[in-house]
Design a protein around this ligand. Structure first.
Ligand code: HMG
Ligand code: MG
Length: 305
C-alpha cells in the first residue's frame, strides 16, 4: 500500500482540546503547552477561538494567546477559529494571520453549534472570507459531522461535498473533514472520499478524526490510502465538542506520530519532545493522557528514571 512520504499534522489540542475542559487552564499554561508543541516540531498549532465567551469561556483569552505568539513574526502557523466577522476582526486585531471558519454537513448540528442553518452560516462566512482576502489572511474551512451526526445519524457524502465545495469557492484554502462524534469506520471514510476526491483534490482536504469508538487511527490509515496527507490531532487526545454529546477527544497526536513512525511516513515531530507537552497538560488537568502511546511511553520513562 502506498502512503504519502510526508504528512502535515495540525495540532488542535490548545483549541479543540481545551475548549472542552471543565478545569480552567490559565493563559500562561496554554502558552507553555503551545511552546512545547512547537518545540516538538509541530508547525501548525491551532491556538484559540474567537467565539462568544458566554458559550465557550475556555477560549476567552484567545486574543492574549495570539498576541503573545505574534504569528506575523513566527515561521509557524497559529490558526484560530472565527465564526463571524466579529470574531475575525478581533483575531486580526490580536495579530492572527490564519483563521478557520466552521460549518457542518448536518443542519441540526449547525443549529446547535452556531445557532444558524448551513446556508446562513455560509452567508456569515462570506464577509469573513472577503476581509481575510483583503488582509492576506488564509482561511481554513471545517466541515463537522462528515461521517455521522449526533442528532441526525448518517450523513450523505453528497451533503459533505456540497458544503465543502461552497467553502472552497468562497476562498477557503483547505477543508478539514470532521468526524465530530467519532462514529466513522474505514469503509465510511473510503465511501466519503470516493465521493469527494473526483471533485476536490486530496491536497485541499484534511482529516479530523475523533476517537470515540477507537477508530481514529484506522480512519487515518484509510484516508492516507486515499491520498490525504494532512491530519488534525490533539496532544494527549484532549477534546470533544461542547455541542456533540458523546464526542470524546480528537485522535491523540502521540498515537498519530507513533503510527506514522511505524509506517515510515515523515511528519517532523519528535515523540520524545511531544511527551513533555503531553505530561505537562495531563499533569495540569490531573488526569492521564487519553493517548495509549503516551501512557505507555510515560510509564516506560518513569520506570527508567
Ligand atoms: P449568535 O448568538 O447567533 O450570535 O452566536 P449573535 O451575533 O446573535 O451574538 C450573540 C452574543 O454573542 C452577543 O453578545 C455577541 O457580541 C456575541 P451579547 O450581546 O449577548 O453580550 N458574539 C461574540 N462574542 C465574541 N466573539 C464572537 C462573537 N459573535 C457573537 N465571534 C456564535 C453565534 C457562533 C458566535 C455563537 O453561537 C458561538 O460563539 N458559538 C460557539 C461555537 C463553538 O465554539 N463551537 C465549538 C467549536 S466547533 C468544533 O469544535 C468542531 C470542530 O472542531 C470540527 C469537528 O470536530 O467536527 C471545528
Ligand atoms: Mg473536533
Amino acid at each position: 500500500m502506498r502512503y504519502p512520504s510526508h504528512v502535515t499534522l495540525v495540532e488542535v489540542g490548545p483549541r479543540d482540546g481545551l475548549q472542552n475542559e471543565a478545569t480552567p487552564v490559565p493563559t500562561d499554561v496554554k502558552l507553555q503547552l503551545i511552546r512545547q508543541l512547537a518545540a516538538a516540531g509541530l508547525t501548525h498549532i491551532e491556538a484559540g477561538s474567537f467565539v462568544s465567551p458566554k458559550r465557550v469561556p475556555q477560549m476567552a483569552d484567545s486574543a492574549d494567546i495570539v498576541r503573545a505568539l505574534n504569528p506575523a513574526a513566527s515561521p509557524l502557523h497559529y490558526p484560530v477559529l472565527t465564526p463571524n466577522l466579529q470574531g475575525f476582526d478581533a483575531a486580526l486585531a490580536a495579530g492572527a494571520r490564519e483563521v478557520a471558519v466552521f460549518a457542518a454537513a448536518s443542519e441540526s448540528f449547525s443549529q446547535r453549534n452556531i445557532q444558524c442553518s448551513i446556508a446562513d452560516s455560509l452567508a456569515r462566512f462570506a464577509p469573513v472570507l472577503a476581509a481575510a482576502r483583503q488582509h492576506g489572511v488564509a482561511v481554513r474551512g471545517y466541515v463537522s459531522c462528515v461521517l455521522g451526526c449526533p442528532y441526525e445519524g448518517d450523513i450523505a457524502p453528497q451533503a459533505v461535498a456540497e458544503v465543502s465545495l461552497r467553502l472552497l469557492e468562497m476562498g477557503c484554502t483547505e477543508i478539514s473533514l470532521g468526524d465530530t462524534i467519532g462514529v466513522g469506520t474505514p469503509a465510511g471514510v473510503r465511501q466519503l472520499l470516493d465521493a469527494l476526491l473526483p471533485q476536490i483534490p486530496a491536497s485541499q482536504l484534511a482529516g479530523h478524526f475523533h476517537d470515540t469508538y477507537g477508530m481514529a487511527i484506522a480512519n487515518i490509515v484509510a484516508a492516507m490510502e486515499c491520498g490525504l496527507a494532512t491530519f488534525d490531532s490533539s496532544v494527549a487526545g484532549l477534546g470533544g465538542c461542547p455541542y456533540a454529546q458523546g464526542a470524546s477527544g480528537n485522535v491523540a497526536t502521540e498515537d498519530v506520530v507513533w503510527l506514522l513512525n511505524g509506517l515510515g511516513v515523515e511528519c517532523g515531530v519528535s515523540l520524545e519532545a511531544l511527551l513533555d507537552a503531553s505530561a505537562l497538560i495531563s499533569g495540569f488537568l490531573g488526569k492521564p493522557p487519553a493517548s495509549r502511546v503516551a501512557r505507555a511511553l510515560l510509564a516506560k520513562r518513569g520506570s527508567e528514571q
